[in-house]
Design a protein around this ligand. Sequence first.
Ligand code: APR
Length: 280
Amino acid sequence: VDESTPPQTLKDRSLTSVAELIKNGGARRIVVITGAGLSTAAGIPDFRSPKTGLYHNLARLNLPYAECVFDISYFRENPLPFYMLAKELYPGKFSPTISHVFIALLANKGLLRMLFTQNIDCLERVAGVPGHRIVEAHGSFATQRCIDCMTEFPDKEMREHIERGAPALCVRPECRGLVKPDIVFFGEQLPSAFFENRSAPASADLLLVLGTSLSVQPFASLSIMAAEGVPRVLFNKEKVGDVGSRADDVLCLGDCDSGVRKLADELGWRDELEQMWRDL
Ligand code: APR
């Protein structure tokens, strides 16, 4: 299907017609955009959900305001709160959810054009989404470096420092700057991969939005870059952004794992999906 094919519209605004579109080959360049809501079922709190969200539970770090745990200028002054939080969030003790596996299944079927994630937990990779189909727009814990001279810091030693809650310092004796995982902090640029792939939603023939409040730019703008007439499906506990305002938008409100399972049922992929998840 070449990129000039006009988008096929949905019969009606239901997961049944989204499944129809996929089954009849009308969606082969699917762009998926995700946030922390995708990983809450894995045990990783999101940021803004009332009561459970991280930003409501950082009182123990007595920060001037919640977001500054991810603020680069605050980190320079006081890296301890981030290192304490990093210990709770560090990859290794969490497993992908059925929603992560659904995205990997789309990739296996050659239907995933690109996944843009805001998450730093690397669970998309663990679920089997190929690296070249993932844009980790807010970075991840996978690598780390000195924030002054950008020299990389060894993974093993970083894990030890995070375990101890002790900020790591640059390996270069003449520098000794603070070391930070390659997570995009407020005040930092997004990785170039985000800007290089930013046009992908414009050529998508289906957009799936899962588990994000669409409250942080420039990431949130991805959702409005889908062309008119291209269906946008929201799997989220609440309505967010402008999804729902276009004629072909489909709102699947509730927890994303149930929504994804419902779509898998409509597609006839449910057994394959559950088996893939069990085989992880
Ligand atoms: N199923 C569906 N939706 C869920 C679930 C779930 N199991 N759990 C939470 N949600 C929804 C919440 O209702 C909320 O709308 O997911 C959304 C999570 O929003 P945020 O907590 O704001 O997380 P996110 O959108 O990823 O935050 C964006 O903010 O702090 C920065 O850089 C950080 O990447 C993060 C960015």
